[in-house]
Ligand binder design. Structure first.
Ligand SMILES: [Zn+2]
Length: 229
């Protein structure tokens, strides 16, 4: 989006960037429960602040109010956005969202699950801890030389936050941010400004899986795997 100082809704735009930042942090810390939840809380608040800012931007043209009233009515129809608004109220009252996590853990070939089991993950257990336990308990599944290229232990983790729905939560965050992003884009055109696409994407397979070589990239060389394949 434009950064040239001719943005008609600079406070809103800044909040949109803030929400995007925290969404990226959620993806980055998907396997570290505490950091994931801190960043998720921050995302939920930043997302809400985008629409608060949109309402309070100074120097709005005359017909802005009626345009925005229409958008508000539209947003109220969205179950997804309503759940994020309610979750934000939980977060600002300093209570906790009901988050839980499950995983497929075992042997992976590249990022595809090959052999193992699905199980709940203790709320504060990082995925690398799950990998360590696998190595201790079923390490014999893989030969020490790792002669099968790109076969290694890993975890495919899924976060669900009850207040936001029963599907994987980061995907819901992406959906909600893209919804609000499209309104921010519309606000730009409404004010006659050009804007680049606000669409945000997250590579969910990459985000949800943690492999031994993610934890320790030097293993790729140690095991003699060709990184380029
Ligand atoms: Zn802008």
């Amino acid at each position: 989006m434009n950064d040239r100082g001719d943005c008609p809704v600079p406070d809103t735009h800044q909040k949109f960037k803030e929400a995007t930042y925290f969404l990226r942090k959620c993806a980055e810390h998907y396997h570290d429960p505490e950091e994931f939840q801190f960043n998720l809380n921050a995302f939920i608040q930043a997302l809400r602040n985008i629409t608060f800012m949109l309402q309070s931007e100074p120097s709005k043209p005359e017909n802005f109010e009626s345009w925005y009233a229409g958008k508000q009515a539209e947003m109220r129809q969205s179950d997804l956005l309503r759940r994020f608004v309610q979750a934000r109220n939980v977060v600002v009252k300093q209570s906790s969202l009901k988050a839980r996590s499950t995983a497929w853990s075992g042997v992976f070939r590249r990022r595809r699950f090959k052999l193992g089991m699905q199980h709940p993950v203790p709320l504060f257990a990082p995925s690398r801890w799950v990998i360590e336990r696998l190595k201790e308990r079923v390490g014999f599944f893989l030969d020490e030389e790792h002669s099968q290229p790109w076969e290694q232990f890993g975890v495919h983790r899924t976060w669900v936050v009850e207040e936001l729905g029963e599907s994987e939560v980061l995907g819901l965050c992406v959906q909600s941010l893209n919804y609000v992003g499209s309104i921010v884009e519309e606000a730009h055109s409404f004010f006659g400004a050009e804007v680049e696409s606000t669409a945000v994407e997250v590579d969910m397979l990459r985000t949800q899986t943690l492999l031994e070589t993610d934890v320790d990239p030097s293993l790729v060389v140690k095991w003699g795997w060709d990184d380029a394949v």
